[in-house]
Design a protein. Structure first.
Length: 267
């Protein structure tokens, strides 16, 4: 029995060291996400709020997307998104997004994606009242589950063909998300994420109807996630969307306050 005692203490020290490393990694990820939110949500919108003027509007909206991910043989993945968005104080359908994709699980933490999106824009304030957009996109996801935190980085590059714009608009998107479980309720978690959108080129300069290079928008979400089972979980919370129309003065030309209810289905 005495010969077993040093081995037991060694295992205990090893476990404590691993736990300490995990806490260190989790703290590092929280620091990165917090810094990103302070830089993006702090710098851009704060600057925009100081420049609010006649070119800035605000709206309350409701987004109810459903995301379906299916695991296929040989590490392949299939994805489908149906995303209705309601605007004008939730009185009109503003957008409908249909976004299928195929992915491949490179490692336990990294997956790559190639997808397509159709976007219908409805009830627009100015003519044309309806126009559509077609996109293809490339995406890299990094997902890591720590002992007290789930961290997601989503990097996406979009090539966009907008009905009323000339040429191909290219847009870069970067999202950081953290899910922090609530200890008394392990199926619940506090969720915070931020996503920045940057137009990489200018299109439609002749008609002046296309996106212009530079900051396009920023989305910040704070809410909760509820895990029902291994196949279904739901996000519920508040999302702030800052849209920057670079043809108008000021950085924030539209501030959307929205209720976001999104369903995640995995098969």
């Amino acid at each position: 029995m005495q010969d077993d005692q040093p081995l037991s203490e060694g295992k205990k020290m090893s476990m404590e060291r691993i736990a300490g490393q995990r806490r260190h990694h989790a703290a590092y990820v929280v620091w990165v996400v917090t810094l990103w939110a302070l830089i993006v949500f702090g710098a851009f919108p704060a600057q925009a709020y100081t420049e609010l003027g006649p070119n800035t509007k605000s709206d309350f909206r409701l987004w109810t997307p459903v995301y379906l991910t299916v695991k296929l043989p040989a590490s392949f993945l299939a994805y489908m998104e149906v995303n209705p968005r309601f605007a004008d104080d939730v009185t009109n359908l503003d957008q409908l997004l249909l976004r299928p994709a195929m992915g491949y699980q490179l490692t336990d933490h990294v997956s790559i994606w190639q997808g397509y999106a159709w976007v219908g824009n409805y009830n627009q304030p100015a003519a044309p009242r309806f126009f559509e957009e077609n996109r293809i996109y490339q995406q890299v996801n990094y997902l890591h589950k720590f002992s007290h935190l789930k961290f997601l980085s989503r990097t996406r590059l979009e090539e966009r063909w907008i009905e009323h714009a000339d040429g191909t608009a290219v847009r870069f998107r970067q999202m950081f998300r953290a899910d922090v479980p609530i200890p008394p309720a392990p199926t619940w978690a506090v969720v915070v994420y931020d996503e920045i959108f940057v137009n990489l080129n200018t299109v439609g300069t002749i008609t002046s109807k296309g996106p212009e290079a530079g900051l396009d928008q920023n989305r910040f979400f704070l809410g909760v996630n509820k895990i029902f089972n291994q196949h279904l979980n739901v996000d519920l919370g508040y999302q702030n969307q800052m849209i920057n129309n670079r043809k108008l003065e000021g950085n924030a030309n539209l501030i959307n306050h929205m209720l976001l209810v999104q369903l995640w289905i995995t098969l």
